[in-house]
Design a protein around this ligand. Structure first.
Ligand code: 5GP
Ligand code: ZN
Length: 128
């Protein structure tokens, strides 16, 4: 879709810190992370929300989420993960995506924001 920022990222017209990519999905670091390693799992096909998605894509996305969970635990030392999809409200980008937000400390999680200065460092940890 022409005016969609995630379609532009998927096409490579806008750069992103790519963690993983295959024919169906692209996973990249969120530019405004809630915690270190906050990433977005995005289907390559422009779909607004999960109600429009075929079962095969839904299943594939969840397999990728499982793999990313392993990566986040192994490489970043997270102890938990918020798996978030904003549906119906608070969805700013109208191209379906799942937020994977690593949790590093047990307790009340209040969706803080952290610095985006070290995205390259985080990407290295995840991919090297
Ligand atoms: P939503 O509110 O739609 O669930 O979240 C959209 C997310 O996309 C936000 O967390 C925002 O920081 C992220 N985002 C928006 N534009 C860009 C961009 O150009 N690059 C990256 N990497 N993330 C973006
Ligand atoms: Zn799109």
């Amino acid at each position: 879709m022409e005016d969609c920022i995630f379609c532009k990222i998927i096409k490579g017209d806008i750069p992103s810190k790519t963690v993983f990519e295959d024919d169906v999905v692209k996973v990249f670091l969120d530019v405004n992370p809630n915690t270190e390693g906050h990433m977005l799992v995005v289907p390559k096909k422009h779909i607004t929300d999960f109600t429009e998605m075929d079962d095969e894509t839904l299943t594939h996305i969840h397999h990728v989420i499982k793999d990313m969970k392993e990566l986040i635990y192994d490489k970043l030392g997270a102890i938990g993960l918020k798996i978030v999809n904003n549906y119906g409200c608070e969805q700013l980008v109208k191209h379906y995506h799942v937020h994977l937000i690593p949790v590093y400390k047990e307790g009340t999680f209040e969706y803080p924001y952290v610095s985006s200065d070290n995205l390259d460092e985080i990407l290295d940890k995840l991919t090297k």
